[in-house]
Design a binder for this molecule. Structure first.
Ligand SMILES: N[C@@H](CCC(=O)N[C@@H](CS)C(=O)NCC(=O)O)C(=O)O
Length: 214
């Protein structure tokens, strides 16, 4: 979104496998200990710097601040918010779990892989149907497209064949051609193994998946 807006920003790399998301300084910004998080040193009200966590909240905050990619009128705005919530509660967590059980489970567990793969495929078909006859999820290109698109990078390794979802595939290709999307992909994601993640060490496993209430 920041690339699309052409806003000057500083990206701070946080390596979750080293536990950098658990540093007290970061937890002040993102109390859930997860990325992404935003610190705005120039909020619209002219007040103190403000921080935002949760990617959906960050997108809504910035789209409202700069007046792009999220309509103000109730009907089109609600449509965008519906698909943002759909991603945050459905597509993102489901694909995350599918990936977890497929690549990071200490012992293979067929039912978990099947459950999250099937549910991911169902969600793909929902978005595919939504995109039939549409260029974007909600009329104009919006933050709904922005938050759903990156998950499609994982489709192949997560067991989905984009050829089974023709309208989703068309949309994925065309959004991927946007200059800002290409710039971001080059800047941040090049070299990331979308297909099969690297094996993690015992220490990384403990940081990423071993945390409990204690
Ligand atoms: N609902 C959150 C999910 C954030 C999330 O799970 N982030 C992952 C990386 S993509 C993370 O920080 N993982 C580190 C960890 O689990 O410790 C959002 O959309 O911002």
């Amino acid at each position: 979104l920041l690339e699309e807006l052409g806003v000057l920003f500083e990206g701070v790399a946080i390596d979750p496998s080293k536990g950098e998301q658990l540093q007290p300084e970061f937890l002040k910004v993102s109390p859930n200990g997860r990325i992404p998080a935003l610190k705005d040193s120039d909020p619209a009200d002219g007040g103190e710097p403000m921080s935002v966590f949760e990617s959906g909240a960050i997108l809504i905050y910035l789209a409202d601040k700069y007046g792009h990619f999220l309509p103000r009128d109730a009907r089109p705005r609600t449509a965008v918010l519906e698909w943002i919530m759909w991603q945050m509660a459905g597509l993102g967590p489901t694909m995350g779990q599918a990936r977890h059980f497929r690549f990071f489970a200490p012992a293979p567990h067929a039912y978990s892989i099947q459950r999250f793969t099937n549910e991911s495929s169902r969600l793909f078909s929902v978005l595919d149907a939504r995109l039939r006859g549409r260029d974007f999820i909600c009329g104009e290109y919006s933050i709904a497209d922005m938050c759903c698109w990156p998950w499609l990078l994982y489709s192949k390794s997560n067991g989905q064949n984009l050829a089974d979802f023709p309208d989703l595939a068309r949309w994925f290709e065309s959004v991927g051609e946007r200059a800002a999307v290409k710039r971001v992909a080059r800047k941040w994601w090049e070299g990331v193994a979308y297909e099969t993640p690297q094996k993690i060490t015992k220490a990384q496993r403990a940081v990423l998946f071993g945390r409990t209430r204690q």
